[in-house]
Design a protein around this ligand. Structure first.
Ligand SMILES: C=Cc1ccc(O)cc1
Length: 184
């Protein structure tokens, strides 16, 4: 049976981390949902902040165990945005640095979509608009939810974010005991 709202989980190995679904809020107020889908893939959904409403599946990423219970993830996106995350899940914390090209700061609405269906638009936009100066966002975040979704679970990030979604997930109203969506 899948483990919902597993806030007391103790992380040691890379395998403990893979398949985990997180919700967290950065100290600047931005709320993100992120899923370690497998050892080279992440899915995510953005609930608050400059690009709230954006969601992405199957982003290739580098995922590494630094030392027991501490994880480093880094990737570069079709938009030209680069991301580096350092998770300390046993302390319900992470540090994230996002490097936005200037064009995302100038036209965030272009990126606020289900990116998988608009990869060409991201590639066109990153050529058409300015890259520099980049906007660097270095923030700590507090983890408010951890769920054991299992690896390669396509139900975790499967629809656009809506108002109240993260509360539904935290309240156990969104996933059933097999970590499948309840209302679809
Ligand atoms: C730009 C994507 C992104 C995804 C997760 C996160 O914590 C920060 C940035």
């Amino acid at each position: 049976m899948a483990n919902l709202n597993h806030m007391d989980k103790k992380f040691k190995t890379l395998d403990d981390f893979l398949g985990t679904h997180f919700i967290y809020t950065y100290d600047n107020g931005w709320e993100y949902e992120w899923y370690a889908k497998n050892d080279h893939t992440v899915d995510y959904r953005i609930h608050g902040g400059m690009v709230a409403g954006r969601w992405v599946k199957d982003q290739e990423a580098h995922i590494n165990l630094l030392t027991e219970g501490i994880y480093k993830i880094a990737w570069t996106e079709p938009t030209g945005t680069d991301v580096a995350l350092d998770f300390v899940p046993n302390e319900h914390k992470l540090n994230g640095t996002i490097f936005f090209p200037k064009w995302v700061q100038d036209h965030p609405e272009i990126t606020v979509t289900f990116q998988n269906e608009h990869i060409d638009l991201m590639h066109e936009s990153r050529e058409k608009y300015d890259t520099y100066p980049k906007m660097v966002v270095p923030e700590f975040a507090t983890i408010t939810y951890m769920g054991d979704a299992g690896q390669n679970n396509e139900e975790v990030i499967a629809e656009a974010p809506y108002e109240g979604m993260t509360d539904d997930i935290r309240d156990g109203k969104y996933f059933d005991e097999n970590y499948k969506r309840i209302n679809k």
